[in-house]
Structures are given as structure tokens and as C-alpha cells.
Design a protein. Structure first.
Lengths: 66, 178
């Protein structure tokens, strides 16, 4: 497992951890994903603490340090 | 039939598919999901045949019968055949699969089974075939296919018929409804 980025963000992507990441290579997909993720987090019926617990547990199970 | 009750909101009053009936509980989330999903089939972000091979291979690995029952017309129009789809279970040993297809299928299998097992060589092979931007789109598509195949399995979204019919792009849903 590599610990260094396999793809660099595009030039001038900025410093935002999401929009400045490799996802900036696909702006349309990034926008659609951001919309989906925003709805999931901000307009949901499940409380935030439950979602955050699930997210962090999933990150640990998959060993995602990001 | 899913173990969830069918959504009762207006948008899901006449669901075309079982996925509609289940995801209809969250119409705004379903709309955003469909928009995100459609992007990969409407736009030439990645060769749709490569995506379709990986989508179906992931569905098989996850054991998602409802995903396995879906076909996208554009991929059939592009030459993807049912015999080749049937060969996906043993693609490693089948000469019909090109080097390009092997690179993305190997990556997709590891993505599902153990993403930490993906080597720099595996990644380089995909970047070589798809480029940086194409690889980003490809991995996003894998996340979508893997995550929502599991979503369907967990919520019991079943394949409602054995008939496989072709869907016009970018329709999302069960093959039974097309």
C-alpha cells in the first residue's frame, strides 16, 4: 500500500482538502458528489452524531487515515 | 421484495422499480444519487464498457442480484455481449479480455476485497490506461458501484425477474422495469 499520492491534484486546484484534492480532476463529478454528500449530512433524518459514529467506524474498519 | 415498507410519499407512489420504492423514503437523497450515478453514463468520463464490466464484477463479488440484472443500452451498443459478461467470473483466464480491461478489473476486485492490497503497479496500470482524470472518475465510479451494491443487498432490493432487458442511458433501476 502506497503512502504517497498516486495522482497529484491538478495545478491551481487550491488548498481546500476536498475541492483542492485529486477530485478536482473531475469538476462535474465533484459537484454531483458534493451535492449528494451535502444532502446526506445537512438535510437528513438521522441525527448527526449517529452518522458521524458510523463514518468514523467505517474509516477505522477500512483503515482510512484521511 | 425489500423488508422495508414501500415509501408513501407522492414521488414514490408509483415506483417503477423496487429501488424507487426503497430509496423513495429519501426522495432528495435519491435525486442526488441518480444525478451522481447518471454522470458516469452520460459523460465520457470513462469508457462505459469498462465501467459496466467493473460494475457487474463488483455486483458478483458483493452478491448483489439486483445489480446483476441491470444492463445499460450504451454498453451493449458499444459491443459488450452477454457471453463476455458471463465470462467475467473467470476473466483472468479468458483471452477475450484486453490488457485495458484486465487492468481495471484487477483494480476493481482489490478495491472491493482489500483496497490496501492495491499496489503502486496496479494503480500505474490503470493510470496508464485512463490518465489521471480518467482514473479519478474510475475510482469514484467504483465507490459508487461497491457502496450501492451493498446498499441494495442490505435493504433487500431484489431482482424481480430473470429477464434481462436493456436500459437506455442513463436510466438507473432494476432490469425488470425496462
Amino acid at each position: 500500500m502506497s503512502r504517497s499520492p498516486r495522482i497529484a491534484p491538478p495545478p491551481n486546484a487550491g488548498n481546500d482538502p476536498v475541492s483542492g484534492s485529486v477530485l478536482a480532476h473531475q469538476p462535474e463529478a465533484l459537484a454531483a458528489f458534493t451535492q449528494l454528500y451535502g444532502t446526506l449530512w445537512s438535510r437528513g433524518v438521522l441525527d448527526h452524531s449517529t452518522k458521524e459514529l458510523a463514518r468514523l467506524r467505517n474509516a477505522r474498519v477500512t483503515d482510512c487515515g484521511y | 421484495m425489500s423488508w422495508l415498507p414501500r415509501a408513501k410519499n407522492e414521488a414514490a407512489a408509483h415506483p417503477a422499480t423496487e429501488l424507487d420504492a426503497v430509496f423513495g423514503h429519501r426522495p432528495d437523497l435519491y435525486r442526488d444519487y441518480r444525478d451522481f450515478h447518471a454522470l458516469f453514463w452520460e459523460r465520457p468520463l470513462v469508457d462505459p464498457v469498462l465501467l459496466e464490466l467493473c460494475r457487474l464484477r463488483i455486483a458478483a463479488l458483493v452478491g448483489c442480484e439486483s445489480e446483476l440484472g441491470i444492463r445499460y443500452q450504451g454498453t451493449l451498443d458499444a459491443g459488450l455481449t452477454e457471453s463476455k459478461i458471463a465470462a467475467l467470473d473467470h476473466w483472468h483466464d479468458d483471452a477475450r479480455f484486453s490488457e485495458r480491461e484486465r487492468a481495471v478489473l484487477a483494480f476493481a476486485e482489490l478495491f472491493v476485497r482489500d483496497p490496501h492490497a492495491i499496489t503502486d503497479g496496479d494503480a500505474r496500470a490503470v493510470v496508464h490506461e485512463l490518465g489521471d482524470a480518467g482514473t479519478v472518475a474510475f475510482v469514484e465510479a467504483l465507490a459508487l458501484f461497491d457502496g450501492f451494491a451493498r446498499f441494495r443487498v442490505m435493504l433487500g432490493v431484489e431482482r424481480t425477474t430473470d429477464a434481462v432487458r436493456a436500459a437506455a442511458l442513463p436510466v438507473v433501476g432494476d432490469a425488470s422495469s425496462y
